[in-house]
Design a binder for this molecule. Structure first.
Ligand code: SAM
Length: 220
């Protein structure tokens, strides 16, 4: 795994991210959105949103009446996302520069301009293999999800250590041996999972039980 701070790394590679990735994860992104069970008008948090490659798929599900908040702590990646949002005229997408470990309902309310924000969905793609203290990112964002809300994650996982996995980890500043789905699996109901790319990518999702309703939801 690269020792470079992921924020600095992603700031540096931000202009290359979209041309490098192209549409290689598009099918996985669509499957992730299907697991998220999006509905028109919902509010979605995209954690570690990067350049906003998920946005068009999310917006297909929540429509123009929904609210999408994309958050990342690389200013370079967010600048690419902002360009995408402006180019497409996505008025219901709000970008927030923040460390996901320190997100709060108040930050989401301020970013979206919605005093009564209720977080219906959380998605994180290719973020948990990269984020330092990824467990803290999960705990913080799960807390903010409304009861009965759905959480979906798509990322790499393999326990193997070889030249290929070293290459992936170096290019993405990641650690793809993390078992990032386990906290969600341990706490969610209606847990679903799917594997792609010969088992190297996993898409998992689950619903937050009503009893765990968060302070960030209207009905709390
Ligand atoms: C591989 S990129 C994934 C970007 C995007 N989600 C996608 O699917 O294309 C990983 C992203 O995680 C972000 N990141 C890592 N740790 C973070 C944290 N603690 N808070 C916010 N963003 C974080 C990085 O800045 C980077 O943009």
């Amino acid at each position: 795994m690269t020792k470079e701070n992921p924020t600095r790394w992603y700031d540096r590679i931000a202009p290359l991210y979209d041309p490098f990735i192209l549409g290689s994860y598009n099918r996985a992104r669509q499957r992730t959105m299907q697991q998220l069970r999006l509905e028109p008008g919902q509010t979605v948090l995209d954690v570690a949103c990067g350049t906003g490659q998920n946005f068009r798929f999310t917006l297909e599900g929540i429509g123009p009446t929904g609210t999408l908040i994309g958050t990342d702590y690389s200013k370079g990646m967010l600048a690419q996302a902002r360009r995408k949002v402006e180019k497409n005229g996505w008025g219901n997408v709000h970008l927030l520069h923040a460390d996901a470990r320190a997100l709060s309902p108040a930050m989401l309310r301020e970013a979206s301009g919605q005093a009564n924000l209720r977080l219906d969905r959380v998605v994180c793609t290719l973020g948990f293999s990269v984020a330092p203290e990824w467990e803290a990112v999960f705990v913080r964002t799960w807390e903010m999800l409304a009861g009965n809300g759905r959480y979906a994650i798509m990322d790499w996982y393999t326990p193997r250590r070889n030249l290929f996995t070293q290459f992936v980890n170096r290019v993405a500043a990641s650690d793809i041996s993390r078992r990032w789905w386990e906290p969600l699996m341990g706490t969610a109901v209606e847990f679903e999972q799917e594997r792609m790319a010969g088992g190297l990518w996993r898409i998992v999702s689950g619903t937050k039980p009503i009893a765990q309703n968060s302070q960030g939801s209207k009905s709390a």
